[in-house]
Design a protein around this ligand. Structure first.
Ligand code: SF4
Length: 448
């Protein structure tokens, strides 16, 4: 394949935003969620009655919407006031939901290849609740062929006893939501845990031998300073986790921080500007690279790329089926996107009545499927033209000639033979740049 040429007409400079204003730029799916509709739910029901396409892997996502406290930057629907009876009721509802799916033809004898417990805070559940949940899940759809089980954890909820139970459940990647190591910053951002709890949970998790421990950090929390950020990276490297994920702080509409901004009539969030956040993430990647890590996506560094995989991410970004359970969760089955009811009581009531709790759905067109897969994989920093040409029938350099040219002109992207590569500068702002690939009707859509 040839190397692309730059057209004589150059695109104007990229619309780089400086200050952190309200908005949600993070692209986790396509088309944007605001285009998924209640009147398309029937399309999912039809897909459930069809056998799976041969070779499509199956994953399960289990959403646990409970947290000890609501972080001020959180935009998820989380519950901090549910008692153990309500939590038990929720677990039973999610299990009932799984039992309805397990009987559908789209399963087609498949066993899940990957399982993901996200939230919220999955580690908020007690050991008994976790055992009940996972044993029942396995009884319905065996985990014999599971290659990866990911479990998100808030350090302050992890006793030794619970960590042991999580390991015994079969979890392969423990993802610790550290975010920052400084107690004042954790506190002022509304996090429930403290730095001591991070050290203790990490040490014990290491001792009992989780195959992969991931540390999650956020660049640009309220009151974050340059020395604090550097110290976070120093501590992370000292702990030597198997992988590190770093996200740049954004302030979506339904966060406590935005509500406060609105009350005070402020347009700019009280966090570092985008340029600073990009510089901090760049610093993190440089330091981690020097410490022997490989930068494996816009958000991830791994210590041993041969051993440490992100199967959930990679399968999902290549079009796997994702059976998503729990309130407000997002799934993708037989080519159809869907989301569950996003309020607790209607979700539980619907499932308890023996019905699927689907709230909205969308069948992406062939073109939209192509965009989805291409933009998600571009977050890895490199995509293969041949892969996409084989799968979708056209070379991405033809399909996306204009945005590829635009990103090339801006100096973020290069085509070389089979590879389309994003450079570091591009990856540091990938979520904003990906909007260039969107169809016109999806530009400027609120990502909610
Ligand atoms: S722990 Fe995560 S899900 Fe829970 S409130 Fe904080 S950011 Fe939101």
């Amino acid at each position: 394949m040839s190397t692309s040429t730059v057209s004589p007409e150059r695109t104007p400079a990229p619309p780089i935003q400086k200050e952190t204003t309200v908005g949600n730029y993070f692209v986790s799916n396509y088309p944007p969620f605001s285009f998924w509709k209640q009147d398309r739910v029937g399309e999912l029901y039809e897909a459930l009655e069809r056998p799976p396409k041969p070779g499509v892997p199956l994953g399960i996502y289990m959403h646990i919407p409970f947290c000890r406290k609501r972080c001020h930057f959180c935009y998820f629907k989380v519950y901090t006031d549910k008692d153990s009876a309500a939590i038990r009721g929720y677990i039973d509802a999610a299990l009932k939901e799984l039992s309805i799916y397990a009987a559908k033809p789209f399963i087609g004898g498949r066993k899940p290849n990957f399982v993901y417990f996200g939230g919220g805070t999955p580690s908020y559940l007690s050991v008994d609740q976790l055992k009940h949940l996972t044993n029942s899940m396995k009884a319905m759809l065996s985990w014999d062929e599971v290659e990866e089980v990911t479990f998100e954890a808030e350090p302050g909820t992890l006793t030794d006893h619970k960590l042991k139970a999580i390991r015994e459940m079969g979890v392969t990647r423990l993802s610790l939501g550290v975010e920052n190591f400084d107690d004042h910053i954790l506190e002022i951002n509304g996090r429930a845990h403290h730095s001591k709890e991070i050290a203790r949970a990490y040490a014990y998790a290491r001792e009992i031998g989780f195959p992969q421990i991931n540390i999650d950090l956020i660049a640009g929390m309220v009151e974050e300073t340059e020395p604090n950020w550097k110290e976070n990276i120093r501590k992370t490297i000292e702990m030597a986790p198997d992988s590190v994920t770093v996200y740049e702080m954004e302030i979506p509409y339904n966060t406590t921080i935005y509500k406060q901004m609105k009350t005070e009539g402020k347009l700019v969030a009280p966090v570092a500007d985008w340029e600073t956040k990009r510089r901090w993430v760049d610093y993190a990647w440089n330091e981690l690279s020097q410490a022997g890590y490989t930068i494996s996506s816009a958000y991830t560094a791994v210590r041993n790329p041969e051993k440490t995989k992100f199967i959930y991410r990679d399968r999902l970004w290549a079009g796997a089926d994702l059976l998503s359970l729990g309130v407000a969760s997002f799934g993708h089955i037989g080519g159809i996107h869907y989301q569950n009811h996003h309020d607790f009581d209607p979700y539980v009531a619907k499932v308890t009545a023996g019905e699927l709790p689907i709230y909205r759905a969308l069948t992406p067109s062939g073109e939209e499927r192509y965009i989805r897969e291409f933009i998600l994989q571009l977050k890895l920093g490199r995509v293969s033209r041949n892969y996409f040409a084989d799968k979708f029938g056209t070379d991405p350099c033809t399909q996306f000639a204009k945005p590829i040219q635009t990103l090339t002109d801006w100096g973020f992207l290069a085509v070389d033979g089979d590879n389309i590569r994003m450079n570091r500068e591009g990856l540091l702002q990938i979520d904003k740049l990906l909007h260039e690939f969107f169809l016109p009707e999806h530009r400027n859509a609120r990502y909610a």
